[in-house]
Design a protein around this ligand. Structure first.
Ligand SMILES: [Fe+2]
Ligand SMILES: [Fe+2]
Length: 184
């Protein structure tokens, strides 16, 4: 990633509208992640295999969301109007994958985190040096999301029934949600 010392006096102003849209979609994603894990834990209970892993990842998503919430409040960025949709859709996705089984729940995490890693990397490339406060958060959270993906794969995500189909469908849904949350 380019990290030059070039002057950037104009950057914050020109980057501001784009940063606002990015922040909106990122906050929506972190919120959605908390809802997915809430749905999974509601079905699995906290003594199921990997429930502790899921609870730990959920706590990190909640911390990510809170930090994006704080930055949005500081900048006066409105949340996505689709928040109520992600509330229900995230929970439903989590519950549905957990009903298939613990490996499908982990396949859901692996698929989502693959998309989120790609999404955060694209944002970091696009932002460059324009918004250091925001990019520091994205870099930090991307590290956690990569760990979540590794946790999910180690827990047998790829052994889930119809893994390629399940993973492909979830990744597509994730990309659609990202596209919508940027605009609405
Ligand atoms: Fe996260
Ligand atoms: Fe995550």
């Amino acid at each position: 990633m380019p990290r030059s010392d070039a002057p950037r006096s104009d950057a914050p102003r020109s980057a501001a509208p784009r940063s606002a849209a990015m922040l909106r979609v990122d906050q929506a994603g972190e919120y959605g992640a908390t809802r997915i894990y809430a749905g999974q834990l509601a079905v699995m209970g906290n003594r199921a295999p990997h429930a502790q892993d899921i609870a730990a990842m959920a706590a990190q998503e909640e911390a990510h969301r809170q930090r994006f919430d704080a930055l949005m409040a500081a900048r006066g960025v409105r949340p996505t109007a689709l928040q109520p949709v992600w509330k229900v859709a995230g929970f439903a996705l989590g519950a549905a994958t957990a009903l298939i089984g613990p490996e499908a729940a982990m396949a859901c995490t692996a698929a989502i985190e693959e998309e989120i890693d790609r999404h955060y990397t694209q944002q970091l490339d696009e932002l460059g040096d324009a918004d250091p406060e925001f990019t520091a958060l994205i870099e930090d959270f991307r590290t956690d999301e990569r760990e979540h993906r590794a946790t999910a794969l180690a827990a047998g995500a790829e052994r889930a029934p119809a893994f390629p189909l399940l993973s492909g469908a979830i990744r597509l849904g994730c990309r659609v949600a990202i596209g919508l949350s940027q605009r609405i």
